[in-house]
Design a protein around this ligand. Structure first.
Ligand code: VL7
Length: 135
C-alpha cells in the first residue's frame, strides 16, 4: 500500500511552470501573474474517492475521482479544456492520463523525502513542483 498523499501541502518549488502553461496555450498576461503564485495542494480521501484541491490567491481548482475509473475532467478556470482522465497507481506514483486535445498530457504525484512531488506533462514540456507538509 503506497504512503498516503492526503493532507495540506504548500509549494516550495516550481520548475518550468512557464513551459507547461505555454504548452497549454495560456496567454502572456495570465502567465506572468500565475508564475508568482505559491500553490497549496489539499488532498483528501473518503473511501475510494479522492478530492484534490489546488488553491492560490488567483484561482482555485478542485476535482474528484476514483482510482481506475475514467472520468470527464473540465479544467475550469485553468485552460478550460475537456479531458477523459484516468488515475491509476504506478508503483508509489498516483498517475493521471488526461486524454484530450493536448498530446501527452498527464500528471503524477508521489511522496519522496516527506515532500509531495508533482510532475505535470503537456506536449514536450515537463513542470516539476515540490510541496512541503503544512503542520
Ligand atoms: C494546476 C495549470 C495553468 C492557468 C493560474 C495558475 C494557478 C492554481 O493540474 C494541476 O495539478 C493537478 C495535480 O494535483 C490537479 O489537476 C496543477 C496548475 C495550473 C494550468 C492555467 C494559469 C492560472 C492555478 C489552481
Amino acid at each position: 500500500m503506497p504512503v498516503s498523499l492526503c493532507g495540506t501541502w504548500d509549494m516550495v518549488s516550481n520548475v518550468n511552470f512557464e513551459g507547461y502553461m505555454i504548452a497549454l496555450g495560456i496567454g502572456l498576461y495570465t502567465r506572468k501573474i500565475a508564475l508568482k503564485l505559491k500553490h497549496r495542494k489539499v488532498i483528501e480521501q473518503v473511501g475510494d474517492q479522492y478530492v484534490v484541491k489546488t488553491i492560490s490567491t488567483l484561482k482555485n481548482y478542485t476535482f474528484s475521482f476514483r482510482v481506475n475509473e475514467e472520468f470527464q475532467e473540465f479544467t475550469k478556470g485553468l485552460d478550460d479544456r475537456h479531458c477523459k482522465s484516468l488515475v491509476t497507481w504506478e508503483g508509489n506514483k498516483l498517475v493521471c492520463i488526461q486524454k484530450g486535445e493536448k498530446k501527452n498530457r498527464s500528471w503524477a504525484h508521489w511522496i519522496e523525502d516527506d515532500k509531495l512531488h508533482l510532475e505535470l506533462h503537456c506536449e514536450d514540456q515537463v513542470c516539476k513542483q515540490v510541496f512541503k507538509r503544512v503542520v
